[in-house]
Design a protein around this ligand. Structure first.
Ligand code: ADP
Length: 504
C-alpha cells in the first residue's frame, strides 16, 4: 500500500492541479460513510448523487456502497423534468449534491443534502422508517443508471455489487494501466463509462483524472488539461477527439506522455482513428464494446499499424470469464465466420434487471441458448455482429438500425462506411428521415476535414451512386461542421433527424 500516491488528480484552473492521495480519499470516504449512517437511511435505500466527476463525488459513491445504499448518478446538466421523472420512478430517500450545486425545488418526500470536504450537511431530513435489512449483501444493487435512451426509452439499469466487482476483476486482467498511470475520464458521472474509468484507475493503483464536461467540449482546454494533469491514458467516446483533431492537431501530437487511449460507446470513425495513429504513434488504442447492462463486455487492441484495407475494427470476444455468442433469428447459435447474428452475453457481470419493469427485463435477460435447461439467464444485447476467421467479432450495428427504404432493407452502418470513404471525410452518420410522399428516405450527414479539397453534396451523392445500390444512396446529403452529440457524447441521431425536418 502506498497511501501517499495520487488517487485523483483534478485541474484547478490554468496551470494548477489538485491532487487527492489514496489516504485523503479514504478519509473522505470514511467521513461520508459515517455521516450517511447517521442519517438513519435503511440499507438498500436509494440516493441520487447529482455531481460532476470529482474527488468528492468519487468518495461519495464509494461511501454509498460502504453504507449499503444504492447510488443513482446524475449529471448537474440533467433537465429538471428528467430528474423529477427519475425521482418518481426510483423513489430515492435522499438527493445529494456538492455545496455549490445548483439544483433546487425537488419534489416533497425526498431528503436533500450537500457535501464538501468537511462532510455531508443535511438540508431536508430524509424519511426514516423501520427497515427489515440488517446486512448489505453482494447481490444488492450497487447503483442504478438511467440510460440515455439512444437504444430505446430510458430505463433504470440496476447493477449489483457482484456484477460490478466481476466486471472490474475481468477488466483488470486485460492490463490496461499500471500504478504509474493517470487515467483521464471524460464521461459525465451518469454515464457508466465514468464508473469503468474510476474502477480501472483505482483498481490498478493509478490516478483518476476527471475532465469536466465543459473542458472536453473545447479542444484547446481539453488538451491543456491532459498536459497539465500528466494524463497517460485517455478514456472516452470517440467524439471527444473530433474537434481536437480538426483544429489542434499539433497540440494532439505534442501529448508525448500519453500511452493509451480507450474508447467505448460507438464505432470510431476510421479516418479519425488513422489520424490519431499518425499523430500519436506511441499510443496503445483499445476498443471497448458493451452496454450499460453489463458495464462492458469486451476489450480489443486496435491493430498497429492499421491495415490500409481495414473495413471494420474488431470488438474482440468476451472479457475474461464471459462469452459472447451470436444467435440467429431462429434462436440457434451461429458458429461459422461471416454470418451475422445478434450478440448474446454470458457473463457474471450482468445487470439484475430494469427498475420496476419486469417485461423489459424479461426481454433482455433470456435463457442461455447454449443450455436453456440450466436456468441461467444471459443478456440479449440487440446488437448485430459476425465472426472473423479467428473467432473475433465485428460489430455491424444495432438490430434496430436496419430501416426499410422503398421496401429494401438498408443497414445504416453500411451507408456510413461508404460515406466515410469519401476523400477527406472524417465522420458520417446515416439516418432515416420521415418523408411525406415516400414514407422514409435516407439522410447522410458528413464532416469533411478542413484541408480536404472542396466538396459538396452533389459530389458526395455521385461518389455514393458509384459504390452503392441506388436505394442505399442518401436522398438528403448535408455537409456539416460537426455531428451533434448526446449528453454522453455519442452521435445524436434524433437531433440529426429533427434538424433535417426543421430545415424542410
Ligand atoms: P445508451 O442506450 O444510453 O447509449 P449504452 O451506453 O448502454 O447506452 O449503449 C450501448 C450500445 O452502444 C451498445 O449496445 C452498442 O450498440 C454501442 N456500442 C458500445 N460500444 C461500442 C463499440 N466499441 N463499438 C460499436 N458500438 C458500440
Amino acid at each position: 500500500m502506498t497511501p501517499d500516491r495520487p488517487a485523483v488528480v483534478e485541474s484547478a484552473g490554468i496551470g494548477r492541479v489538485r491532487v487527492t492521495s489514496y489516504r485523503d480519499l479514504r478519509l473522505l470516504v470514511d467521513t461520508y460513510t459515517s455521516h450517511l449512517r447517521d442519517l438513519g437511511i435503511g440499507i438498500g435505500e436509494r440516493i441520487i448523487l447529482e455531481a460532476d466527476v470529482t474527488a468528492q463525488s468519487i468518495a461519495m459513491l464509494l461511501a454509498c456502497s460502504a453504507a449499503g445504499l444504492t447510488f443513482i448518478p446524475v449529471s448537474p446538466e440533467t433537465p429538471a423534468q428528467r430528474l423529477h421523472s427519475m425521482i418518481s420512478t426510483a423513489r430515492p430517500a435522499l438527493h445529494v449534491q456538492p455545496t455549490d450545486g445548483k439544483r433546487d425545488a425537488l419534489p416533497g418526500g425526498v431528503g436533500t443534502a450537500r457535501f464538501d470536504t468537511a462532510g455531508i450537511t443535511v438540508v431536508e431530513r430524509p424519511p426514516t422508517g423501520r427497515s427489515l435489512r440488517r446486512e448489505a449483501c453482494v447481490t444488492d444493487p450497487a447503483y442504478m443508471i438511467f440510460t440515455s435512451g439512444t437504444t430505446g426509452r430510458p430505463k433504470g439499469v440496476v447493477m449489483s455489487h457482484r456484477a460490478v466487482v466481476s466486471f472490474y476483476r475481468a477488466m483488470l486482467e486485460y492490463r490496461i494501466v499500471t500504478p504509474r498511470d493517470r487515467v483521464a475520464s471524460t464521461s459525465p458521472l451518469q454515464f457508466d463509462f465514468s464508473l469503468l474509468n474510476i474502477g480501472l484507475a483505482l483498481g490498478s493503483g493509478a490516478a483518476v483524472v476527471p475532465v469536466a464536461q465543459q473542458l472536453v467540449r473545447w479542444p484547446r482546454n481539453f488538451l491543456r488539461v491532459l498536459r497539465e494533469t500528466g494524463a497517460t491514458q485517455v478514456n472516452g467516446v470517440p467524439s471527444i477527439w473530433q474537434q481536437a483533431l480538426r483544429y489542434e492537431p499539433e497540440k494532439v501530437a505534442a501529448l508525448d506522455g500519453l500511452r493509451g487511449i480507450l474508447f467505448c460507446g460507438e464505432e470510431f470513425p476510421l479516418p479519425e482513428l488513422r489520424r490519431i495513429r499518425e499523430l500519436l504513434p506511441q499510443v496503445r488504442i483499445i476498443n471497448c464494446y458493451g452496454a450499460t447492462e453489463s458495464m462492458a463486455c469486451s476489450f480489443a487492441d486496435v491493430p498497429d499499424p492499421l491495415p490500409d484495407d481495414l473495413e471494420r475494427l474488431s470488438i474482440g470476444s468476451g472479457h475474461r470469464g464471459a462469452e459472447l455468442l451470436l444467435v440467429n433469428e431462429a434462436g440457434h447459435v451461429i458458429d461459422e465466420p461471416g454470418v451475422p447474428g445478434e450478440l448474446y452475453l454470458r457473463s457474471p457481470a450482468l445487470f439484475s434487471g430494469y427498475w420496476d419493469d419486469p417485461a423489459a427485463t424479461r426481454a433482455a435477460l433470456v435463457p442461455d441458448p447454449l443450455c436453456p435447461q440450466s436456468g441461467q439467464l444471459v443478456l440479449r444485447t440487440g446488437d448485430v455482429a459476425y465472426r472473423g476467421h479467428d473467432g473475433e467479432l465485428y460489430f455491424c450495428g444495432r438490430s434496430d438500425s436496419q430501416v426499410q427504404i422503398n421496401g429494401n432493407r438498408v443497414e445504416l452502418g453500411e451507408v456510413e462506411r461508404r460515406l466515410l470513404e469519401f476523400p477527406g471525410a472524417t465522420a458520417a452518420a446515416a439516418v432515416p428521415l420521415p418523408h411525406a410522399a415516400s414514407g422514409t428516405v435516407l439522410g447522410g450527414f458528413v464532416v469533411v476535414s478542413n484541408d480536404a479539397p472542396a466538396a459538396d453534396a452533389a459530389s458526395l451523392r455521385e461518389f455514393c451512386a458509384d459504390r452503392l445500390p441506388s436505394y442505399m444512396v442518401p436522398r438528403e446529403i448535408r455537409l456539416v461542421e460537426t455531428l451533434p452529440t448526446t449528453t454522453n457524447g455519442k452521435v445524436d441521431r434524433a437531433a440529426l433527424i429533427s434538424s433535417a425536418a426543421t430545415a424542410g
